[in-house]
Design a protein around this ligand. Structure first.
Ligand code: A2P
Length: 279
């Protein structure tokens, strides 16, 4: 398996990014260094971290030790809620760069809208400056609902390249994804495997997996890819890291895709962005 098979997504700012990557939420420093090294050896080139995960330094060490050219690796980080606001975001990004040991970040996101403090328009303004200055290549948001996106679109001529949101078969966010598609905002799924929970035992997914001689996790990731969504499954185990990357030798039929689309229960695993205001 090699990374030549991973499709690239063209973002609205002209940059491209791999459609499959590795996530490191809830991974310790040691786990992160290990899993990112394993992932890069396997062929992954997209790594998703955040200041809040407290493992940016480990991501940077693994990337530096990989021997790969910086330009071959795509690294995402995010500004945490307590660092929102124009000046604070500029220094938060600088601190992320120092921890990562990098001189630019490929994609920098506002982690949550945190509507109670309503600082995301100012924070967005800081991201556009960081992009102009070249310290971040692409800018986007995470966990933004349609109303939050509309606020940004009204106030800024620069549209987020990405909205990273919770998406898995149990929580598909069809309306929000349609809105993003209409505005040329790429959708990236966090917890694409439903955090490894009951969805991987769902009888429809298990049945589909059997017909392709694949695992339920591979079928779910394939569903993301064929839906046009960027997916960043997290694993700290070598075998699963490889398994989650081994999804480019099969394709789901239209009937199987449709069967997956019927599994949406509307139940989220994470917080609701409208009420998530922790800083
Ligand atoms: P682990 O890190 O111990 O391998 P998500 O990306 O949706 O948040 O899912 C991550 C969770 O799913 C983690 O608990 C991870 O466990 C587990 N996981 C990752 N890949 C697989 C897989 N191929 N099969 C089963 N569980 C997986």
């Amino acid at each position: 398996m090699n990374n030549e098979k991973v499709p690239f997504v063209l973002l609205n700012d002209g940059h491209t990014m791999p459609q499959l990557g590795i996530g490191v939420w809830r991974a310790s420093e040691a786990e992160t260094e290990y899993s990112v090294s394993e992932a890069l050896q396997t062929g992954y080139r997209l790594i998703d971290t955040a200041a809040m995960y407290q493992n940016e330094a480990a991501v940077g060490r693994a990337a530096n030790a990989s021997g790969l050219a910086r330009s071959d690796i795509f690294i995402t980080s995010k500004v945490w809620n307590s660092e929102q606001g124009y000046e604070k975001t500029l220094s938060a990004c600088e601190n992320s760069l120092i921890r990562l040991g990098l001189d630019y970040i490929d994609l920098y996101l506002i982690h949550w809208p945190t509507p109670a403090q309503h600082m995301y328009p100012e924070t967005w303004r800081a991201l556009t400056k960081l992009q102009r200055d070249g310290v971040v290549r692409s800018i986007g948001v995470s966990n933004f609902h349609q109303s939050h996106l509309q606020d940004l679109i009204m106030e800024s001529s620069i549209i987020p390249a990405i909205n990273q949101i919770e998406v898995h078969p149990d929580f598909q966010q069809t309306e929000l994804r349609r809105f993003c598609h209409e505005h040329d905002i790429a959708v990236e799924a966090w917890s694409p495997l439903g955090q490894g929970g009951h969805i991987l035992n769902n009888s429809t997914i298990v049945r589909i997996a059997t017909t392709y001689n694949k695992t339920p996790a591979q079928v779910v990731l394939r569903w993301h890819i064929e839906s046009g969504v960027i997916a960043i499954p997290k694993s700290v185990h070598s075998e699963r890291i490889k398994q989650n990357f081994d999804i480019f030798d099969f394709q789901l039929t239209e009937a199987d895709m449709q069967a997956m689309f019927t599994l949406d229960s509307g139940n989220r695993l994470g917080p609701n962005p409208d009420t998530m205001n922790s800083v």
